[in-house]
Design a protein around this ligand. Sequence first.
Ligand SMILES: Cc1cc2nc3c(=O)[nH]c(=O)nc-3n(C[C@H](O)[C@H](O)[C@H](O)COP(=O)(O)OP(=O)(O)OC[C@H]3O[C@@H](n4cnc5c(N)ncnc54)[C@H](O)[C@@H]3O)c2cc1C
Length: 491
Amino acid sequence: MSGRVIGPDDPRYADFTTGVNQRYTAKPASVHLPRSTEEVASAVSGARGRLAIRSGGHCFEDFVHHEGVDEILDLSGLSEVDHAHGLYSVGAGARLQDVYERLYRGWGVTIPGGICYSVGAGGHVTGGGYGLLSRRDGLTVDHLHGVEVVLADGRTIVATRDSSGPEADLFWAHTGGGGGSFGVVTRFLFRAPLVRPPSEVLVAALSVPWADLDERRFARLLGGYARWHHEHRAPDSPGAALSSLLMLNHRCNGTVGLVAQIDADVSGSDRVLNEFLSHVLGDLATTGFARAGEFGPMPGLAPPRRLPWLQATRLLGTNTPVLTDPTLRAEHKSAYVRSTLPESQLRTAYEYLTRVDVTNPETMLVAFSYGGAISAVDPAATAVAQRDSTFKLLYQAFWSTVDADSANIGWVRDFYRAMYAEAGGVPVPGEVADGCYINYPDADLSDPDWNASGVPWHDLYFKDNYARLQRTKAHWDPGDVFRHRQSVRPA
Ligand SMILES: Cc1cc2nc3c(=O)[nH]c(=O)nc-3n(C[C@H](O)[C@H](O)[C@H](O)COP(=O)(O)OP(=O)(O)OC[C@H]3O[C@@H](n4cnc5c(N)ncnc54)[C@H](O)[C@@H]3O)c2cc1C
């Protein structure tokens, strides 16, 4: 490992010890930069103190970049993407856009993962991984065949879908049980045939000026988005080839944004897309896409344009000002939604998105498509328990100075608590909500001041699957070597 363990004197130290979210910084004695599984194993065996695993550094919470961390193991040197013996191998440190480029250019395949180019496979896949192809092709973990994992005692094991006994549990725990709990994943294995992406997609990106939205029209917009997803939730619905994001920026931003993508190879795709747009937008006036929410300007996508899939993926994945701003500070909270939204929630959303004391244009509620092929999988088949949700909500704010922390964090917290007021301030699984996404972690779920529901954080993320995750943890990491604020606790 000579030259591949750095300390505070190294010029690269700050880069490896700060999260994408600049609220989170660690001060470890050393950062390990392994280039092979053997080097990962020797770093784990020789660790002196608390070790944190990092792949892309995008964690919404301080699970990696935390003051209590003594050593960081950074996997970005293990980023190879390859194909041999009927298996695709993806290094845990690979970034999503590199994975898409390599898999598609090399073999014409992909995984149905997330949108943002720089997210690391290590955290993303272990948490489930969904994106614009998920309504068509399921979650990333639905295609996972195996994981190579370095265990707490330094041994390396390959656990697969075909394993039995405790190894089967270890594989299963990596299909949505979240990163940082069981060991260090060095590579993910996906079995052929893997997903063939559409050769072309139709993409629409539109803005609606807030000036055109009163409370009734806002409720129609968000309510229409929810209703369309409820009506088209079945895996065999023609709408399963379509995915979208509705970016409800705060009114001070000036606009809200809608991005939709559909597999252009499906017959009638233009009709399905147009029906979706008119169902959600009704008679609202739209303009070509100006900057809204998570995306930068995307002119030329209104009316919808036909684009090669990889080019569309590149465009949507890289056109994200929130990732290119090195001063980024952020707060996020999530909720799965399994039905249409009640009027009380539509009213609360309008109230918080129009509050006059908010002046940050990067405060927003984003709705992401879910359902379709995702719901064809049994809730216990992988660690992702939420299989009948039709979309997800992400409450978030981005800003860049410490003095704005409390106003922005406060807005996200108050908004969330008001939305789920009847359930103790969190989206307790029930008729409408279905808990939270582990890849959008939220430390407040463990805090009785913000979660008064009586439902613990782990049940909000994992529901009935938590018991098996705990048994797996007890078997493979009984000493709790791999831990963070919301890691799986040994049974
Ligand atoms: C801008 C942005 C956009 C996003 N878009 C999407 C999206 O479209 N779809 C979606 O599903 N999610 C999305 N996410 C969430 C993303 O999937 C998670 O933040 C994910 O955990 C990030 O992985 P990482 O490796 O980059 O993060 P890291 O901060 O490096 O790690 C996250 C967690 O995983 C653990 N971990 C990391 N690597 C390993 C490993 N090799 N072995 C074991 N544990 C590991 C860490 O210890 C930590 O607990 C987005 C996040 C951001 C910031």
